[in-house]
Design a protein around this ligand. Structure first.
Ligand SMILES: C[S@@+](CC[C@H](N)C(=O)[O-])C[C@H]1O[C@@H](n2cnc3c(N)ncnc32)[C@H](O)[C@@H]1O
Length: 373
């Protein structure tokens, strides 16, 4: 039997976090991965698609770029879309939806373009097309070049499947993992989040240390494709013996509801033995026993919850307690406001580029090792 032909696999990144995602992909064995517009790309086959979805912590979704051709007008799009080998890509019993975007192209009407491709799929192959279908065929037309992708992920990859409790303004797991990476976290250092909300940073850090794959329990859209091999998939995601971390992971928050949620989320993720959550205001923060590690935190940013003025005091207290009690630790603070970052009095540098999240530019402000007071 001949080897299956590789195709382009495209990882959608959080805007601004393409570089750490690319690093992660290379470390995961996708050696040819490179940063491209809005994401990371490499060539691979279906098992690579499954593994990327299962293991990469920083990708938002994984697209399989399955066809590409030029089309100058809708009739040409219609004709060429009918020539795509849909029978190798889709199943007759699985409904799909078609989404389109057009840029700098003679075909400029996305609705008309998606309708042509939907019709081609229905008439040439016979798969049902429904607007609310879970499986997405994505059509991108740029400079008259049509690229057809399958969204192999389904619900965004930040939904690991363990977090039922969500605090106010939660951090996305995908972003949390990339910010931890940018702070130099490699699974060996203790991690502390003193405003942990639902516990995203603490859980991600513990899972990384234990070697748990982020997609180990959830469903993926690729399971609905004819290329899916359930046996090979089971083998891929069967838990391998996990690491035993030498350190622990800590979260605190002044809100008892947040601590309850974080504790429940940790239990669902199977990391309870490695994490401690405590209700406590940041002003009372004490270093845990053991070696210094990384403090990572996204305090309220004013524009999202509450106003900026009272927050200056909160950031100042955070900085004061860290300087007084955490010599030897490194700090990463995620905020949208440079004045608030500066109010900590810590020697922080902004990691560029900043990150677009919920319509807001947020940045990781990172310190070197905190000096003795
Ligand atoms: C933006 S949220 C953090 C979200 C969290 N990273 C997550 O993923 O769910 C900010 C958190 O700071 C907490 N907080 C605000 N003031 C605090 C204080 N003085 N001490 C401790 N926690 C505080 C809030 O209760 C809230 O949970």
């Amino acid at each position: 039997m001949s080897e299956p032909a590789p195709f382009e696999i495209y990882l959608v990144a959080t805007p601004g976090l393409e570089a750490p995602l690319c690093e992660e992909a290379i470390e995961a064995g996708f050696a040819e991965a490179k940063v491209v517009d809005g994401g990371v790309s490499f060539m691979g086959t279906w098992p690579d698609v499954w593994r990327a979805n299962l293991t990469l912590r920083g990708a938002t979704r994984v697209l399989a770029r399955v066809a590409s051709f030029r089309a100058m007008h809708l009739a040409q799009l219609d004709k060429r879309a009918r020539k795509v080998e849909w029978s190798t890509l889709l199943r007759k019993d699985v409904p799909v939806t078609v989404e389109a975007s057009c840029k700098r192209s003679r075909i400029y009407h996305a609705g008309a373009a998606s309708q042509r491709v939907a019709k081609a799929i229905e008439e040439e192959f016979g798969a049902p097309v429904a607007e609310d279908a879970a499986l997405r065929v994505m059509l991108r037309i740029e400079d008259d070049l049509v690229t057809i992708s399958l969204d192999t992920t389904g619900a965004s990859l930040h939904k690991r499947g363990f977090k039922e409790g969500v605090a106010k303004a939660p951090m996305r797991e995908t972003m949390a993992a990339m910010f931890l990476r940018q702070c130099g976290y490699d699974g060996t250092q203790p991690v502390l989040d003193p405003m942990c909300g639902s516990g995203t940073f603490v859980l991600e850090a513990a899972e990384i240390a234990l070697g748990l794959k982020p997609g180990r329990e959830r469903d993926f859209a690729f399971e609905q494709l004819p290329s899916f091999d359930p046996k090979a998939w089971d083998k891929l995601r069967t838990p391998v013996p996990t690491n035993t971390p030498a350190v622990r992971f800590y979260g605190s928050d002044r809100d008892p509801g947040a601590i309850r949620m974080a504790t429940e989320n940790a239990a669902r993720a199977g990391v309870s033995d490695w994490v401690s959550f405590e209700q406590q205001s940041v002003e009372k923060l004490e270093p845990p026993e053991g070696p210094p590690g990384i403090i990572i935190v996204n305090p309220p940013y004013g524009t999202r919850i509450g106003n900026k003025a009272p927050l200056v005091g909160l950031y100042r207290s955070l900085g004061t307690v860290i300087r007084a009690k955490f010599p030897g630790w490194r700090v990463g603070i995620i905020t949208s406001d440079k004045d608030l970052a500066r109010a900590t009095g810590l020697n922080l540098e902004l990691v560029e580029p900043t990150v677009l999240h919920g319509g807001l530019r947020v940045g990781l402000w990172r310190s070197k090792i905190v000096n003795k007071p």
